[in-house]
Design a protein around this ligand. Structure first.
Ligand SMILES: Cc1cc2nc3c(=O)[nH]c(=O)nc-3n(C[C@H](O)[C@H](O)[C@H](O)COP(=O)(O)OP(=O)(O)OC[C@H]3O[C@@H](n4cnc5c(N)ncnc54)[C@H](O)[C@@H]3O)c2cc1C
Length: 360
């Protein structure tokens, strides 16, 4: 017990990767009093800064299994973290509700069935004549939408979240090294990580939060970890039609799996695609709007004013994300595919508990 306390107090943890997952781990572990270093060259935009920030847990159509447990845990932790982080940025918030719509009767029946089996999830069925649906129908020239609304799910703006975490980590004087880690090795009980500028960092524990590039740092002869890239694109449409005011739409909703986030009266973000590649496809617009047989006049390619993508990592042969201790002092918190923003609190909570086994 005495030994473990000593280890805790002096332990140095290196977090590799400063996307949402790396930063959330730094937040959680800094509260435990560890000495923390984060390393990331941040040369390219990461997947966290490309994300839409939808936090779908109550609407998730499963009620058992690991994925549901992680969502449930994150759902429980988010309000606490928002309250805490608001001290560093008062603009941080989760904007509720979340609306899931479909044009297909079969999918709507499934949603209704799920809703009736889960009365405690805070969901409500939206019939075709509801005011919310009417407002979407008007803007999209549709008449066949139905769905559900979740008053407990919502959206966090990922860029505001990342900015807030940066403010916190800077204030707590968390050591940030703007270099990539190119090699890790263990000597005795210590880990030695080599940075791209040849600097060596000694630490007791390494947490790999570097998505696809996790594979470059572990010995794949010993560890059977497989990750594949899944690129996600999003576009922004800007309208110059004074007759259409997007403020009449709900802030965010999805139609047949495509997400819409209206940012002001004439801008709307549409995303995101699932492309098993590292180069973005050309026909994003068509992919994202295929559910519309006839597109309203404002929804056309000429109105695209911004376009971006992020590359997520999807584990092969095991579920996403990978939360695993590979050996003493080496923890993986990686392989976040679609819901890294949502799951960051639950996964860093897992790491925070797991790390105790590494420091005994
Ligand atoms: C278009 C789009 C929409 C999305 N929408 C949502 C959504 O609505 N809700 C949601 O929950 N999730 C969403 N996601 C998924 C979410 O963005 C990811 O699951 C999440 O960002 C993963 O975070 P991460 O920190 O693991 O990875 P990343 O953000 O990719 O960060 C990994 C970091 O590791 C660094 N790195 C790599 N190699 C090294 C190295 N050798 N040394 C040091 N650092 C290194 C990289 O520079 C990078 O900064 C979306 C993703 C995309 C692309």
């Amino acid at each position: 017990m005495k030994g473990s306390k000593r280890n805790f107090k002096n332990a140095h943890i290196l977090i590799v990767g400063s996307g949402i997952v790396g930063k959330f781990n730094a937040l959680e572990l800094s509260k435990k009093g560890f000495k923390i270093t984060i390393a990331d060259q941040q040369k390219k935009k990461n997947s966290s800064s490309a994300a839409l920030g939808l936090l779908i847990s109550n609407m998730y159509q499963k009620s058992k299994g690991r994925s549901w447990e992680l969502r449930k845990k994150s759902n429980e932790l988010w309000p606490k973290w928002i309250k805490f982080l608001k001290q560093y940025n008062n603009n941080l918030q989760i904007e509720k509700p979340l609306i899931q719509l479909t044009t297909k009767q079969e999918n709507f029946e499934k949603l209704c069935k799920f809703f009736s089996h889960h009365p405690r999830r805070g969901l409500r069925v939206l019939e075709q004549d509801s005011t919310i649906i009417q407002s979407i129908n008007t803007i999209f020239n549709m008449d066949n939408l139905k769905g559900i609304i979740s008053n407990e799910d919502g959206r966090i703006d990922p860029l505001t979240l990342l900015k807030t975490l940066n403010i916190y980590l800077k204030e707590k004087k968390i050591n940030f090294i703007k270099e990539n880690i190119i090699k890790i090795k263990k000597i005795g009980n210590q880990w030695i990580s080599t940075c791209s500028n040849k600097l060596e960092i000694k630490s007791d524990v390494i947490i790999l939060c570097n998505s696809l590039d996790t594979l470059k740092l572990i010995d794949l002869n010993f560890h059977n970890i497989k990750l594949k890239p899944v690129l996600g694109q999003a576009i922004e449409i800007s309208l110059n039609n004074e007759e259409i005011n997007l403020l009449s739409l709900p802030k965010h909703f999805s139609i047949d799996g495509t997400n819409f986030i209206r940012t002001n009266k004439n801008k709307i973000i549409i995303g995101s695609t699932d492309e098993y590649d590292i180069k973005p496809k050309e026909n994003t617009f068509e992919d994202l709007t295929h559910f519309l047989e006839t597109k309203p006049q404002w929804l056309n390619k000429n109105n695209i004013t911004d376009k971006w993508f992020g590359i997520r990592s999807r584990p092969e042969g095991e579920p996403s994300p990978i939360l695993k201790s590979l050996e003493k002092g080496l923890i993986l918190c990686t392989g976040f595919y679609k819901n890294g923003i949502l799951l960051a609190p639950a996964c860093s909570n897992w790491v925070s508990n797991e790390i105790e086994n590494h420091l005994l």
